[in-house]
Design a binder for this molecule. Sequence first.
Ligand code: HEC
Length: 182
Amino acid sequence: MRPFLLATLLVSTAAQATAPWQDEAAAQIPPFAEHLLGTVRQAVTDGGPIAAVQACQALAPQIASEHSHQAWQLGRTSLKVRNPDNTPDAWERSVLERFAEAAIAGTPVKELRYGEEVDGEYRYMQAIAVGEPCMACHGTAIKAEVQEAIDQYYPHDQARSYQIGELRGAFTLTRPLAQETQ
Ligand code: HEC
């Protein structure tokens, strides 16, 4: 019994130690998501969807680094990436695969999130669902000229043919476990 009890206690202590990070991680996401969506909407309004593809290409990585502060690294990833720089690592891939299974089993994509301690860091992912504003560039009926612009910047694009409500990918966040921020 004893080793089992000890293991249980250790697990719950670790869970308690990282639990505060989960809320802090979740709080990093809305400003990042709104900045991305606001930028894409503005670019569509100003110049149409082709200009918006260019804006995404130029600005998405910059917006991610602007929101990476107080020890948190923010990014986006997917099982089907547009930008190869967003390819998931092994941990992200396994979380995305579990999100995909849960979504198929009927869990609403918006509810999918997961955080844990991995090699001295706290890592957190929150699923991203496809919505109406995403369809112009990730949907099933992308205009020919928009497809051309995507092909030009992302010759290996895999992020098309999504339906509304599907799992598009996830926000991915990492921070060191130690208290000090750098
Ligand atoms: C104007 C076209 C456009 C629209 C609209 C758009 N995206 Fe994208 N999306 C892109 C481009 C271009 C990239 C690649 C950005 C980069 O180079 O980092 C991208 C990348 C992503 C990524 C990062 C993973 C990857 O595939 O590289 C996610 C996640 C994503 N988009 C989700 C969405 C969601 C969700 C919406 C709707 C709310 C949306 N996008 C709307 C063009 C668009």
